[in-house]
Design a protein around this ligand. Structure first.
Ligand SMILES: C[S@@+](CC[C@H](N)C(=O)[O-])C[C@H]1O[C@@H](n2cnc3c(N)ncnc32)[C@H](O)[C@@H]1O
Length: 224
């Protein structure tokens, strides 16, 4: 197994943010909402917190799927929120999606505690992964549904290069490099299980869902 190589936490560069916001993530992001719906069947209502929301594509797709919810997105990179303005402008669910700038762990979800918390592709950016689990414990309501999706680190440099060739060969340079760095920065499922145990969240499930993704989900403990 290759060692983890962290990447910069925040996606602050306007060119990087624009390329990310303009990329076609319809399949993985719709897949995120599908996987949430399979994991937590039934309606979702009230405020939902999307941690590391980036330009808001997942927030918008989630709000579109669940018309009785509002999504509060939080991201530490203003450039990503600016880049998302075009997505928001033309989207029918935009009036129920509220993105704001804030860096974890200092920033809080504005309507905490939340009964639903989601996060896509934030975990591998964090230099200290405990920040995600502590934020979820702090901002989640008792019994909250928590659903996280992230990349997982391949075994070898050759496996990283093969994934980049398969999924990003046609992508702009900046996105291809980001994807490669992200695969090196990602955690393995066992590393995530250890993080969860350290956070007291060992009832959560970690499941491999594709050659490069895993999902992590569970319910926060009910109040004593
Ligand atoms: C790969 S992007 C994912 C964006 C979005 N969730 C999506 O799926 O399109 C990761 C995002 O996490 C944000 N981020 C990284 N570290 C953060 C932190 N400590 N606090 C808040 N946001 C953070 C980055 O700025 C970036 O926008």
């Amino acid at each position: 197994m290759i060692p983890r190589q962290p990447e910069p936490e925040l996606m602050l560069e306007p060119e990087q943010a624009r390329a990310y916001a303009e990329a076609d993530f319809a399949a993985p992001h719709e897949g995120f909402v599908d996987a949430f719906a399979e994991t937590f069947p039934g309606p979702v209502s009230g405020p939902v917190l999307d941690l590391g929301c980036g330009p808001g594509d997942v927030s918008l797709r989630f709000a579109a799927r669940y018309p009785a919810c509002e999504v509060d997105g939080l991201d530490g990179a203003p450039a990503m929120l600016v880049a998302g303005a075009a997505l928001m402008a033309s989207h029918p669910a935009a009036d129920r999606v509220h993105l704001s700038a804030g860096c974890l762990p200092d920033a809080r979800g504005p309507r905490a505690p939340y009964a639903t918390i989601i996060s896509n592709s934030l975990l591998h950016h964090l230099h200290d992964p405990a920040v995600l689990w502590q934020t979820i414990l702090r901002d989640g309501a008792p019994g909250a549904a928590v659903f996280v999706m992230d990349l997982r680190r391949p075994d070898s440099v050759a496996a990283v290069k093969a994934l980049v060739a398969e999924y990003a060969a046609e992508a702009p340079d900046v996105l291809r490099h980001d994807f490669e760095h992200s695969l090196h920065a990602a955690f393995t499922p066992d590393e995530v299980r250890e993080q969860l145990a350290n956070a007291g969240l060992d009832t959560f499930t970690v499941r491999v869902t594709s050659d490069r993704h895993m999902i992590i989900f569970g319910r926060l403990p009910e109040a004593a």
